[in-house]
Write a protein of this length. Structure first.
Length: 279
């Protein structure tokens, strides 16, 4: 196994879906970071997280959401948003079994950011803190009412109909190498289903409305020039969150994947300091 190569395995969900999981182990870690990736991406695109958190003493887990990466299923499709939370619960269980006496921090980016916040609201007793990176709580561009109506209709009639996810790789980072790797990654896809669109939209609304119920430590950030998800949504969730221990940082001038953009060193210094202060 090469340096920083993960241990890989498949977990079997309740509906028999095989969920692909990566685990970067650390002997006697300071804590554990469980990472949830964004739309169309996969857990293997977490190399900067691994490169910074692993040397700092944090074991890492990252699975591929259903319909993504090496996890089976129609690309970009989910029957119910709660299936993402159920899969996340299963992954948290793996992390807890591997490191029973360590604190577990759940971190998610974009779609993953929405998933981890929704998860923290539902399963607060299973994690010790939540970290939201450019979470999908509001889209940068409002979905036209007609398109939303058509989406709901298609979700009922043709739930697995594949549509483009609208992600322009050039809006992810200022780093051209990040863009090239994304565009050439065979595990990246640009599909969403009509059912995913409806479930995703409803989950954004529910999570924002429920923010006041969050009580655990919260760290969140957003790129100020994000063209995909809105910094205003992250700010609104932060303001509403019931957590006494909460931190929000707006990275001015940065695109959607701040952890892969020009300010990544500053971001990871903040992240590791936050983790170190909570273990």
């Amino acid at each position: 196994m090469t340096a920083n190569a993960p241990i890989e395995k498949a977990l079997t969900a309740a509906d028999r879906t095989e969920v692909f999981l990566r685990h970067w182990p650390v002997e006697n870690p300071r804590g554990v970071v469980v990472f949830a990736h964004g739309l169309g991406s996969h857990g293997g695109r977490s190399k900067n997280i691994v490169a910074n958190c692993l040397p700092a003493g944090y074991a890492i887990f990252a699975h591929d959401h259903r319909g993504h990466g090496k996890t089976v299923g129609r690309r970009g499709h989910v029957d119910r948003f709660d299936q993402f939370l159920d899969d996340q619960y299963m992954v948290i269980g793996e992390a807890r079994e591997a490191y029973p006496d360590k604190k577990i921090f759940l971190m998610g980016h974009s779609l993953g950011g929405l998933i981890v916040l929704a998860y923290a609201l539902r399963h607060a007793d299973t994690i010790d803190g939540v970290i939201a990176s450019s979470p999908a709580l509001k889209l940068a561009l409002e979905v036209p009412a007609l398109k939303a109506t058509v989406g709901r209709l298609l979700s009922s009639l043709l739930p697995t109909l594949a549509l483009g996810n609208g992600i322009d790789p050039g809006t992810l980072s200022h780093d051209p190498e990040v863009i090239r790797e994304y565009e050439n990654d065979p595990l990246v896809h640009d599909r969403v289903s009509s059912r995913f669109f409806v479930e995703f939209s409803a989950a954004m609304d529910r999570t924002l409305l429920a923010a006041g119920a969050l009580q655990m430590p919260l760290l969140s950030w957003h790129g100020g020039e994000d063209a995909l998800t809105s910094p205003a949504g992250t700010q609104l969730f932060f303001e509403r969150a019931g957590s006494k221990d909460k931190t929000f940082r707006l990275f001015e001038g940065q695109f959607h994947e701040v952890h892969n953009d020009l300010a990544k060193e500053e971001l990871f210094a903040m992240l590791i300091a936050w983790l170190d202060s909570h273990v």
